[in-house]
Design a protein around this ligand. Sequence first.
Ligand SMILES: N[C@@H](CCC(=O)NCCCC(=O)O)C(=O)O
Length: 252
Amino acid sequence: MTKPLVLVTADVKAVDGYNWHAAVSTYLQAVLKGSDAIPMILPSLGPDLDLDAALDQVDGVLATGSRSNVNPQLYGREPTEENGPYDPDRDATTMPLLKRAVERGVPVFAICRGMQELNVALGGTLLTEIQAIEGRKDHRAPVSEHQEERFRIAHPVEVTAGGSLEKVLGAEPFEVNSLHRQALGDLGNGLTIEALAEDGTIEAVSLTDSPGYVLATQWHPEYWVTTDGPSKRLFAAFGEAVRAYREKRLGL
Ligand SMILES: N[C@@H](CCC(=O)NCCCC(=O)O)C(=O)O
């Protein structure tokens, strides 16, 4: 069988006077090496893109993390300067993309901002600046110029017994990195909590009764995919889902 194709969502970045549609290399490498699939960056061209035509030709969607935040207007709150930066073109692309991928049963793996987008796309809400909420810990990255330090393992997570994540990772406790200041609030339609941090922050979700594989983490397995067991297993499981979808899609 030829390799499966995975759409990878893109940030819009102004560089050298141009707008670039970009995805961080660690996500692309993780799809390539961890899922054994070909990553294809989907530009954030919003309503100009025929998403169904794009989804017709692929076997999975990876929704990436980003420093930008989902615009709160998309879940009924007011945007503020402190809550930014925003990326309206990314929002205008990823929200309908994720909704449509889920409806069609295209396998989805959503990471950090990607998990927040999935939640909002399915009607959920987000909490912001969670480090300022009583009882919550600081989930932001340590301030450092070194990415290894920023992506260092930060806290344990508790996996829901009998859930989809437990099927992928087993019941052994493990620890994750943490680079976010927002978190899921009200859950989107059909989402189930798959892991929690000690302070109650939702760390992973899946979609119950979904026609396809849908898993999302608030942490970043892409960063340690070659060295960390749970990170490796998450991308391998996504790879299995996209291969199974491809066989079905192509009638193999
Ligand atoms: N902006 C949101 C989403 C967090 C996220 O995707 N973080 C990745 C950032 C990578 C980096 O800092 O280099 C939030 O803050 O919750």
